[in-house]
Write a protein that binds this ligand. Sequence first.
Ligand SMILES: [Zn+2]
Length: 239
Amino acid sequence: MSIKRAQEVLSLARSVVVFTGAGVSAESGVPTFRGGGGTAVWRGMDAMQLSSARMVGEDLKLVWEWFEYRRDLLARCEPNLAHLAIAAWESRFPEFTLVTQNVDGLHDKAGSSAAIELHGNLWRGRCLECSSRVPLDMTPHVEIPPACRDCGGNLRPDVVLFGEYLPAESFEKARESAGRADVCLVVGTSALVYPAAEIPLVCAQRGATVIEVNPEPSGIGGSRSIMIAGRAGDVLPLL
Ligand SMILES: [Zn+2]
């Protein structure tokens, strides 16, 4: 029933925003490392401690070792049917924007060309001196921390760490797209954490239809939203 309604809404849509989160990655086997409660995940340290702005200042080498470990796990993960469906939607609608909270690069790998990455990307480094961004196609690195090609400064992972704000420019771009959309699809995220939660909210407030696809929909889009309970990889190809 709700799938049919979602299909109808999408068939008329001119401007679509898709907002994805960890659930989409989890279906590709990407570990989330968000056990909480101080769960030891790597060398006896928890992810919050390792992926923190403070640790970049204290032990950059350790931060790199941790991210190299994560990239190594990721290199074996493939995009799933949800990633592929979203990539195909780029050419289906007159205006289309993908906004993701995921840092694994699986949307790129599936063929999405212009994902707005609110939390950065594990496959990119950023220079601590000149802020240059550098693709990290190679893992493991011979030398860590790797050096910037422009100025020789140390690179850090170009992801948003605990204790840091979302990149203002990406967030603004995402909010602008949300302000123009007539449909917003929220996939694999309960989208309850601000400021990211604002994206579907901006859509809902201006009367756009919010379609939520989650195993247990949270009702983020309010009473007018279409909620579809299910896995992204099962539901999105049907839409
Ligand atoms: Zn530099």
